[in-house]
Each structure stands twice: as C-alpha cells, then as structure tokens.
Design a protein. Structure first.
Lengths: 113, 111
C-alpha cells in the first residue's frame, strides 16, 4: 500500500531563517506531488505541483520554492521566512491529476516568530 | 474565478442523528468530486468520491449526492458518532492539476 511521510511534524523558526520541509511517498512510482498551505480555520491553497523529477509548477507567487530531486521526494524551501509563512503545510500525491484522488500526508505545522 | 464553497461553516448534531453537509460548486466543467475529513492537527483523509456521470454513491455510513443541475454536492453521514467530529471539505476537479477545495464545515457531535 502507498504511504506518504512528512517531516518535521512541527517547526518553530525565526523570521529570516531558511526552511526545508520534506515529503516522501512509498509504494508508488512516478506520482504527481503537491504542496498545499492551510491557514488556521481556512481551506487549502495549492502552492506547487510536480508531474516528474525536476518538473515544478508554481501556483502562487511567494518566497517559497519547491524541488523534486527524486521520483518520490518533494521538498518545500525558503531562503528567508516571513511571518506570513506560518501555517499548516500539507503534501499530497495522486496517480493521475484531475481524475483521481489526492492523498495527503500528516502535515507540518510551521510557526514563524 | 470559479470556486467551490460550502453553505454552512459549522454543524452540530446529536450522536446517533444523521448529518448532512452541503457544498456548492460553480465550475460546470468539473468532472470529479471528493469529500475529505480533517481531524485537528492532521492531514485531510479521503472519505468518498463521485464522478459527474453519477448522482449518488454510497460508502460505509456515508452517501454523496451530486446534483449537476444546481451544481450542488452533499455528504450524508448516517448515525453520526463522536469520532465523526472533524472539518469536512469538498473538492472539485476540472481535469486539471488544480483541485479546488472549499473552506470546510466543522461538524461537532454532541453525546
């Protein structure tokens, strides 16, 4: 069966510090991968998606970036965090975009102080 | 832009009663719809899905109804239990990578 992991589970970072969140998927090959952000009590905002290694599409301009160095690894990064980057970050995967379910990881709660 | 929305932000029901959570969508090109359940501090969990060529789909204690005429989606939970307390999201997919999510409805089950 497929599983998706995210780490760390919780992160507290000062403003201006770098960020690296990691997501890995097991049990499937060539998944479509997604990064979402969820503000408290709000819906999900798609940040990035990837259909393959090295292929990243950005949905929202911001100071975050994403990379996919391996087939089942998706990384969310920032060079300098802003207070507004605080939130709950979710990674998801799907087999075929648009016609099949996206399955979510456990999420990373980021607090920027 | 087109979006998915929810009629009710909160819903409180008595344990054992049936719950109905509603969702409106505006993109008539959407072909695939999903309901997710999100417990506090966790990622959304798939509950049930439905494609646009169906009007109804049933799972274990859950039923999703799709009314394409009025662009309305609902999730029915039978015999609601305390463990059903969570935020429920609907999502629509117009055959692109951008699966759009509603803001969510918080379901609270009273014992």
């Amino acid at each position: 069966s497929q599983t998706i992991h995210q780490w760390p589970a919780t992160l507290v970072q000062p403003v201006g510090s770098p960020l690296s969140l990691e997501c890995t998927v097991e049990g499937t090959s060539n998944p479509n991968l997604y990064w979402y952000r969820q503000a408290a009590g709000r819906g999900l905002q798609l940040l990035f998606y990837s259909v393959g290694i090295g292929q990243i599409s950005s949905e929202v301009p911001q100071n975050l970036s994403a990379s996919r160095p391996q087939d089942r690894q998706f990384i969310l990064s920032s060079k300098k965090l802003l207070l507004s980057d605080s939130g709950f970050y979710l990674c998801a995967w799907s087999v075929r975009p648009g016609v099949e379910t996206q399955y979510f990881g456990p999420g990373t709660r980021l607090l920027v102080l | 832009g087109e979006s998915v929305g929810l009629h009710l932000p909160t819903l409180s029901v008595q344990e054992g009663d049936n719950s109905i959570i509603n969702c409106a969508y505006s993109n008539s090109a959407s072909d695939y719809f999903i309901w997710y359940k999100q417990e506090s501090g966790k990622g959304p969990q798939f509950i049930i899905d439905i494609r646009s060529n169906m009007d109804k789909r049933q799972g274990q204690r859950v039923t999703v109804l799709l009314n394409k005429t009025v662009k309305h989606l609902s999730l029915q939970i039978a015999a609601t239990q305390p463990g059903d307390s969570a935020v429920y999201f609907c999502a629509e997919s117009p055959l692109t990578h951008d699966m759009r999510f509603g803001a969510g409805t918080r379901l609270t089950v009273k014992p």
